[in-house]
Design a protein around this ligand. Structure first.
Ligand SMILES: Cc1ncc(C[n+]2csc(CCOP(=O)(O)OP(=O)(O)O)c2C)c(N)n1
Length: 333
């Protein structure tokens, strides 16, 4: 559990730096939310399906996605499994992870429909969908959870309440005292969990997932956490929140908390901890070197995988695009 927290933190820092170096287009940081990601995902079974938002790096690592594939995706190397499509950090059928859509909260109704298929087919699998506090103001959230409350598919809604939707504080997002209590209006159970406590997240998720796999009603889990970094690499949080507030939450850093707990319980010593961090750092840094050495995607792949067969209009566009690339290459000499 702790190793996965450390791996998420280290890789997240690299992904941020790679974007700053101009190697990636955009990145949505996970820093501060690692425990909510790792704790919940550890309670999933491989056959369960995840509909994440764009920020769930820790979930992907727990599901066994290799660091190399996440780097291929973020750097859009020739091996990018999504071929440059989408803003999603990752998505692949092999890991039962659906790529996150860019429009906020649209994954929620899709996830409900997917879960309904499991119910109809009598499969003992569940769907988990992750979304932010801001997403709960969208119709998709209410439509999805309402539909789920009637048809009761095996689904768990996990709201990562990281206190902000870009610059909008959660206090401006809803008049409800909590997000968990929104479940009550739909006749469902809602749990409010300390999302910076990885063990709490794991235990609540494990018991909820078991219940839902056994045919229990859908559940809403609110993970109370904090986005320590910027919304994405296009954001400057200094414009809307104080340094004091960030410092207060830094004291509840989920990775530090787990380290302090393990050391206090004598599960690991300071030396084990230092060697874990340097081992993970060396591993990720080697993977980054390997990914940086790979060639990038050919621009034409942008047209692939939308239609099984390109339409006549698409064929025309591809030809026009190729012509443009040729002209640009000639002009660049
Ligand atoms: C429908 C839609 N509206 C606006 C945006 C721009 N946008 C991207 S992320 C975001 C905030 C989402 O906040 P939240 O749901 O709390 O998730 P977080 O980013 O904090 O994880 C907004 C407004 C969008 N992607 N889609």
């Amino acid at each position: 559990m702790y190793r996965l927290l450390v791996l998420t933190r280290v890789l997240d820092r690299y992904l941020l730096r790679l974007q700053r170096m101009g190697k990636a287009a955009l990145y949505a940081e996970a820093m501060g939310e690692e425990a909510a990601m790792v704790g919940s995902a550890l309670a999933l079974h491989p056959e369960d399906v995840v509909f994440p938002s764009y920020r769930e790096l820790g979930v992907f690592l727990v599901r066994g996605v290799p660091v190399s594939e996440i780097l291929d995706r973020q750097l859009n190397t020739v091996d990018d499994p999504l071929k440059g499509h989408e803003f999603a950090v990752f998505g692949d059928r092999r890991f039962n992870i659906v790529p996150a859509p860019t429009p906020v909260s649209t994954q929620i109704p899709m996830a409900v429909g997917y879960a309904l298929a499991f119910k109809i087919r009598g499969e003992r699998r569940l769907v988990v969908t992750y979304f932010g506090d801001g997403a709960t103001s969208k119709g998709d959230f209410h439509e999805g959870i309402n539909f789920a409350s009637v048809f009761k598919p095996p689904i768990v809604f996990i709201c990562m309440n990281n206190q902000y939707a870009i610059s909008t504080h959660v206090s401006r997002q809803t008049g409800s005292a909590t997000i968990a209590q929104k479940a009550i209006a739909y006749g469902l159970s809602g749990y409010r969990v300390d999302g910076n406590d990885v063990i709490a997240m794991y235990l609540v998720s494990r018991s909820v997932f078991e219940e839902v796999r056994d045919g229990g009603d859908p559940v809403l889990i609110e993970a109370v956490t904090y986005r320590l970094g910027a919304h994405t690499t296009s954001d400057d949080p200094k414009r809307y929140r104080s340094e004091e507030e960030v410092q207060q939450w830094m004291k509840k850093d989920p990775v530090d908390r787990m380290r302090a707990y393990l050391i206090a319980k004598n599960v690991i010593g300071e030396e084990d901890d230092r060697s874990l961090w340097s081992e993970v750092e060396a591993f990720v840094s080697a993977e980054v070197e390997r990914a940086l050495a790979k060639p990038g995607l050919e621009p034409e792949v942008i047209f692939e995988d939308v239609y099984a067969e390109p339409t006549p209009q698409l064929r025309e566009q591809i030809e026009e695009f190729r012509q443009q690339l040729r002209t640009e290459r000639v002009m660049r000499g």
